[in-house]
Design a protein around this ligand. Structure first.
Ligand SMILES: [Zn+2]
Ligand SMILES: [Zn+2]
Ligand SMILES: [Zn+2]
Length: 109
């Protein structure tokens, strides 16, 4: 078991502990691609993008490969709020291998 030194939290999965410890450090690794909002939880970020009126019609994941193809100033052609759908899009529309998908979504978590 991996135990948090600062509270009762414990997990069998090291990644969970690392994520949990952000609570204590106050760091906010999840940032909104459309404004300077950031938080320490992907679910909060998703809620922010979906529910804020600032980002009507925007998505948490927007395909840079589609944006690259589109004319300048035009809206991205593909966006989704779900990482799984985004990965499927990269694989099926841009023929990325699972390895390449991992690399291009790494910064988005
Ligand atoms: Zn803790
Ligand atoms: Zn935002
Ligand atoms: Zn695309």
């Amino acid at each position: 078991m991996f135990k948090c030194e600062q509270c009762d939290f414990a997990s069998r999965i090291p990644g969970h502990l690392r994520r949990h410890q952000l609570v204590h450090t106050g760091s906010k690794p999840f940032s909104c691609p459309h404004c300077d909002y950031s938080c320490n939880n992907i679910e909060n970020l998703r809620k922010h993008v979906i529910s804020t009126s600032k980002h009507k019609g925007k998505f948490l994941y927007e395909c840079k490969l589609c944006i690259g193809k589109a004319n300048e100033g035009s809206v991205p052609q593909y966006g989704t709020n779900f990482q799984r759908e985004f990965k499927e899009h990269l694989q099926s529309c841009h023929n990325l291998s699972p390895e390449e998908v991992k690399i291009s979504t790494a910064s988005l978590l």
